[in-house]
Ligand binder design. Structure first.
Ligand SMILES: [Ca+2]
Ligand SMILES: [Ca+2]
Length: 512
């Protein structure tokens, strides 16, 4: 560790000498403009505007109700403005960002995103399984296939004609939970836009009921379409020997069957969930507490989120729905994600892995409310050996110090960590410069304990925003990118007196 520390100190000093002569020179030519809220004294609006115009400020807004003008002006002008008799207060005009895509809580709760985007970057990890290559057949009310968050999905077909429309909304919500696209808006599915889907529409203009024969016919159509998983967010409380036989043979043919435990809140069986060949899924809330409506019996096998689930609706928007239906959708898609990472496994092996790795809830061991417990997608994948190597960065932050910006990050473990590169740019989409010439190595490769890292970027100019990215390299050489995160040394507090010249500081790498 000593030698590593020294090596990086030298490296950064070398980088400093090169960099010092370049960016500082450029920025000295053009004074940085500060975009500010300037509050004027009542009655001084016109004279403030005149003063700003004399300073060649760019005026963006005048808010009469707030006694304020928003303008961009050079630093020296700000100094003069501070002592102006027209001015009450000067504040920075702060950035406000657009609202992001909503990640419904269930996606995190069942460890789905930890499989395909562990760092939450908004980009799929190219080496991670995500359901691609598996086919889920959804037997429901059809789907609004032209919904903005579903239209890009991999629908391989459906039955009957009109399967791609939905007149009661249930199926559209279920499909959104299974597979809504990871596209920056709307919601995200457990399989983020990547699993293949076949849709069998068994309800007409209401979502009231269908015959068991129609359900069996639908399931056969799923099989004929090549389904790996059949999602049945439906059920009824009378046993049918025909259904039982049909589902047993479908299971024996290699298809994973998933159905809703039922929403009556009682202990009665619900079919098809309560056939031995079918996984019966209970609903839990965000706190892993079983929903009061979720049926509890000795056929309940797994639990998944099913209370206030946010997903796509047939009006084209998004809404909440509760039910073991939604829990079923989470379970089906989780199974597809696991299976896509371990395509050699059988349906029975996937089912067994989901049971073995479930988070035990309620009474110790398997119980009638939660079954084996909450589905854990990533853990199931790990059990089957299908998890990709990855570096899980749990914290990545940049903080201004007196004269530099301190970048810190931590890993959840060092099991797969080889090392890191840091990159910097002056805008979120600007050209990036790598800050370290050679890899910042993992502190204890192979350790199950995480580590903390620090890098001091001393080559910064006050008042400029910097964007940082962290590239984490795993032990197979594959990398994942984190960021950008943004930081700047505040200019305003330094307006008086004149700003000091930034000084370079050696890089620090510290062990935890
Ligand atoms: Ca989306
Ligand atoms: Ca339990």
């Amino acid at each position: 560790m000593e030698s590593v520390f020294r090596k990086f100190t030298i490296l950064l000093l070398m980088v400093s000498m090169v960099a010092l002569s370049v960016p500082f020179g450029v920025h000295a030519q053009e004074p940085t403009l500060h975009r500010l809220w300037v509050q004027f004294k009542p009655g001084h609006q016109a004279s403030l505007r005149q003063a700003l115009e004399q300073e060649k400020a760019q005026i963006h807004y005048e808010f009469d109700e707030l006694n304020a003008i928003v303008a961009s002006l050079p630093e020296r002008a700000v100094d003069r403005l501070r002592t102006s008799p027209d001015v009450v207060l000067i504040e920075e005009d702060l950035p406000r960002y657009p609202a992001d895509e909503v990640v419904p809580y269930g996606i995190e709760q069942i460890e789905a995103r930890r499989v395909w985007d562990p760092e939450g970057s908004g980009q799929l990890d190219p080496s991670a399984p995500n359901g691609a290559g598996r086919l889920i057949c959804v037997i429901d009310s059809g789907v609004k296939a032209d919904h903005e968050d579903l239209s890009g999905l991999n629908f391989v077909g459906g039955y009957p004609s009109g399967w791609n429309t939905d007149t009661c909304g249930h199926g559209t919500h279920i499909v959104g939970t299974i597979a809504a696209a990871y596209n920056g808006f709307g919601v995200i599915g457990v399989s983020p836009g990547t699993v293949s889907l076949y849709i069998v529409k068994v309800y007409g203009n209401n979502c009231a009921w269908t015959y068991s024969s129609t359900l069996v016919d639908a399931a056969y159509r799923c099989r004929d379409a090549g389904a790996h998983v059949i999602n049945m967010s439906l059920g009824g409380n009378h046993y049918s020997s025909f259904e039982d036989n049909a589902f047993r043979s479908l299971y024996q043919s290699g298809i994973l069957l998933v159905a809703a435990a039922g929403n009556s809140g009682g202990t009665e069986y619900s079919y098809p969930a309560s056939y031995d060949s079918v996984i019966s899924v209970a609903a839990v809330d965000q706190n892993n507490v079983v929903a009061n409506f979720s049926q509890k019996n000795n056929q309940v096998e797994l639990a998944a989120p099913g209370v206030f689930i946010y997903s796509t609706v047939m009006s084209g928007g998004y809404a909440y729905m509760s039910g073991t239906s939604s829990a079923t959708a989470h379970a089906s898609a989780a199974a597809a994600v696991v299976w896509s990472g371990t395509p050699d496994k059988t349906n029975a092996e996937i089912r067994s892995a989901l049971q073995q790795t479930a988070l035990d809830l309620g009474a110790a061991g398997r119980d009638n409310a939660y079954g084996y417990g909450l589905i854990r997608t990533k853990t199931a994948l790990e059990l089957l050996g299908g998890a990709p190597t990855s570096v899980e960065v749990t914290r990545f932050e940049a903080q201004p110090d007196q004269t530099s910006i301190r970048i810190e990050w931590e890993t959840a473990s060092e099991l797969d960590t080889m090392g890191f590169y840091l990159y910097r740019a002056e805008s979120a989409d600007g050209p990036r410069t790598r800050l370290n010439d050679s890899l910042i190595p993992a502190q204890s490769p192979g350790s199950a304990t995480g580590a903390a890292y620090q890098f001091v970027d001393a080559l910064v100019v006050r008042g400029l925003s910097y964007y940082y990215w962290l590239e984490a390299v795993d032990r197979n050489g594959a990398s994942q990118s984190y960021g950008p995160i943004r930081a700047e040394l505040p200019a305003l507090r330094r307006l008086l007196p004149a700003r000091p010249r930034p000084t370079a500081q050696p890089l620090q790498l510290r062990s935890q």
